[in-house]
Design a protein around this ligand. Structure first.
Ligand code: SAM
Length: 253
């Protein structure tokens, strides 16, 4: 695929891909205002994702939990663990957990979604809201999320789905280098999820539901099978560094 390159106001070339260092910087900047900017606009999607996670229940891993904006939506019977690359975002989450006395949140930890440190099959549900299209290597993060699930468990994602072709696709490609600086991708085609799913014999897509704004986002539900057992299952819905928050050291665990 041809690389899209743009330059900034002083003629410096802007990178069109994400990396861990620039992501940490971007989300350190977003942390103080994230809820204000992205709270209401993604509220319906978050509610739908939490409701889907609650239907399975049990031990829930929220990957890229950010400021913990969705944490108050989980019922007290479930046990929640949240991880995120950004210590600044997690500090906001920690304050929310303390302020709302969310006793069902067991742990918040700085961790890379592409290298999760939990044992295989240790969760009933993995939730990743608006995260997969922001990580440097989405397929590695998806593999890690799937590894976390016990057979029968569900992976629930909210994700931006870019256009496959046409004017919107062109605009997304052109915006990609600028949007990368903000901490996400403008261009993220559905076929990335399709190819990832096709490469696995233990994971199947069971739902794809368009979400606002403008249906450019989707709620995706995947179910985990015993290795190989999912190959004959019907496909529906079309078609993962550990650091402690330094603002309240010791509070995150
Ligand atoms: C757009 S925010 C979404 C936050 C929250 N899930 C929500 O729904 O509002 C993306 C989050 O993913 C985190 N993130 C990005 N790459 C990550 C990675 N490789 N590992 C863990 N978290 C990551 C960012 O730090 C940020 O908090």
């Amino acid at each position: 695929m041809r690389q899209v390159l743009v330059t900034d106001a002083v003629g410096k070339k802007l990178p069109a891909e994400l990396d861990g260092v620039s992501l940490r910087k971007a989300y350190a900047r977003w942390a103080p205002v994230y809820d204000l900017v992205f709270g209401p606009v993604f509220e319906r999607g978050r509610r739908a994702a939490t409701a889907a996670a609650e239907r399975v229940g049990g031990r829930i891993l929220e990957v890229g939990v950010g400021t913990g904006i969705s944490l108050p939506g989980y019922s007290s019977q479930n046990r929640i663990i949240g991880i995120d690359l950004s210590a600044e975002m997690l500090c906001k989450a920690q304050r929310r957990v303390a302020g709302l006395s969310l006793t069902n949140v067991e742990k918040l930890e700085v961790m890379d979604a592409e290298h999760l440190s939990f044992a295989d099959a240790s969760f009933d549900v993995v939730v990743a809201n608006h995260v997969i299209s922001t990580v440097p290597n989405p397929e590695a993060a998806l593999d890690e999320c799937a590894r976390m699930l016990r057979p029968g468990g569900e992976m629930i994602l909210l994700s931006r789905i870019g256009a496959d072709a046409g004017l919107r696709h062109l605009v997304e490609r052109l915006l990609q280098p600028i949007v990368c600086r903000l901490g996400w991708r403008a261009e993220f085609r559905w076929d990335r999820f399709v190819r990832w799913t096709e490469g696995r014999t233990d994971v199947r897509l069971i739902e794809r539901r368009p979400m606002p704004p403008f249906g450019h986002f989707s709620l995706l539900r995947f179910v985990k099978f015993e290795q190989g057992a999912g190959a004959s299952a019907p496909q529906t819905g079309g078609f993962a560094a550990d650091r402690t928050c330094n603002c309240q050291r010791g509070m995150l665990r």
